[in-house]
Design a protein around this ligand. Structure first.
Ligand code: RTP
Length: 148
């Protein structure tokens, strides 16, 4: 079953959106396979966003990510990478549809509450970086009521 890496950024944690965001993924039918609250070092944030290191906003992005605790998660389910990105909404909250997390809870691109892996390959890489111990192994009891 597909897995994705989801991170509630420091603004989302400080604003008390952790429960709301977890609830959206749970109610969709996805399964939580990893969860931790942690403040990351600068070098770790730079590694996570290494593909963006040449962008002009890279420095500000790293400052933002290390500014407080983040909530790192592994979510599992059919097409969870693409569906997770739809639940999250467009990168710029000004363009995120209402009903998406960013559409409902964010205004600025530099305070857009949440990260989600953009491909299965990125998800594998990010889960390996954030959860070197691997996912928690448990079987959701709702599968028969979510998948035909
Ligand atoms: P994320 O990685 O956080 O899920 O976001 P994304 O794929 O939707 O967007 P990406 O292009 O990978 O950008 C990563 C994060 O950098 C910040 N950003 N700021 N000021 C700017 O123009 C700008 N562009 C991107 C956002 O916080 C974005 O989520």
């Amino acid at each position: 079953m597909e897995q994705t890496f989801i991170m509630i950024k420091p603004d989302g944690v400080q604003r008390g959106l952790v429960g709301e965001i977890i609830g959206r993924f749970e109610k969709k039918g996805f399964t939580l396979k990893g969860l931790k609250l942690l403040t990351v070092e600068r070098s770790f944030a730079e590694k996570h966003y290494e593909d963006l290191s040449s962008k002009p906003f890279f420095g500000g992005l790293v400052e933002y990510i290390i500014s407080g605790p983040v909530c790192a998660m592994i979510w599992e389910g059919k097409k969870v990478v693409t569906t997770g990105r739809k639940i999250i909404g467009a990168t710029n909250p000004a363009e995120s549809a209402p009903g998406t997390i960013r559409g409902d809870y964010a205004i600025d691109i530099g305070r857009n509450v949440i990260h989600g892996s953009d491909s299965v390959e990125s998800a594998t890489k990010e889960i390996g970086l954030w959860f070197p111990e691997g996912p928690v192994n448990w079987q959701s009891s709702v599968h028969h009521w979510v998948y035909e």
